[in-house]
Design a protein around this ligand. Structure first.
Ligand code: HEM
Ligand code: HEM
Length: 178
């Protein structure tokens, strides 16, 4: 399997980026809700350190993934239907925007709150803004809205992948799998 994308299939690196970010986001959503639900305790602080660390890792991965995508050609679409093509690129574009907006809004929330964080207990998370409770509330609302929009767009994305595999029976899912 080639490292780069071909006209028929995604390359090894694009597949790795796709499934690694997907897995981390599937962990991040329940982890975020769990962290928020806990009462103030050392456990809450630890769970938030994990949440912020994994979230910043997602940001790094997405930036690397976008650079790799810009430098590569992508597999040919499996349909020539204009509406279908527009829907697919719209959903994929939204997912890229959300994969950036989620960690950035989280980072802003963390910066505006009073809790300095060390990512993976090692690297201090630089603050984007100085602590301020109105900014924190606004950023947390944006972070939360991004979460619900992501869940809705992902339901569409996953349904489309299953539709391709089981109904249209084309290679869409296979060419993104290893
Ligand atoms: C069970 C979960 C998932 C399945 C089955 C799945 C399936 C797929 C498939 C088959 C493609 C290839 C589409 C094509 O070749 O045109 C794809 C592309 C894509 N997926 Fe997923 N996906 C999943 C989860 C996710 C998650 C969690 C995200 C991010 C939040 C995501 C973001 C994307 C993006 C942005 C693309 C477009 C890639 C590009 O054009 O560079 N996927 N997915
Ligand atoms: C990869 C992306 C991320 C996802 C999917 C995600 C998901 C979530 C979820 C589901 C919640 C609970 C939301 C709610 O109760 O409405 C949450 C809360 C939170 N997240 Fe994230 N998050 C991500 C990245 C980050 C990053 C990078 C940081 C900080 C560096 C962060 C900081 C926070 C904070 C501080 C809260 C609590 C907000 C509040 O007090 O309402 N998140 N996140």
């Amino acid at each position: 399997m080639a490292l780069k994308n071909s006209t028929e299939s995604w390359g090894r690196l694009s597949k790795l980026f796709h499934w690694l970010t997907a897995a981390l986001i599937f962990i991040q959503i329940p982890l975020g809700f769990y962290a928020k639900s806990l009462g103030l305790s050392p456990l809450k602080i630890d769970v938030f350190v994990w949440h912020k660390s994994v979230g910043m890792l997602v940001l790094l991965l997405v930036v690397a993934r976008l650079l790799w995508r810009i430098k590569n050609s992508i597999p040919a679409p499996l349909t020539s239907n204009r509406l279908h093509l527009m829907l697919a690129s719209g959903v994929h574009g939204m997912l890229y925007v959300l994969m950036l907006a989620l960690p950035l809004s989280g980072w802003l929330t963390a910066s505006a709150s009073m809790f300095p964080t060390k990512l993976f207990w090692l690297i201090p998370l630089p603050a984007l803004v100085s602590p301020d409770s109105a900014t924190k509330t606004l950023a947390a609302d944006i972070h939360s809205a991004c979460v619900y929009i992501t869940i809705a767009v992902l339901l569409l994305h996953i349904s489309a992948a299953l539709w391709h595999h089981f109904v249209a029976r084309d290679s869409a899912l296979k060419r993104m799998w290893f």
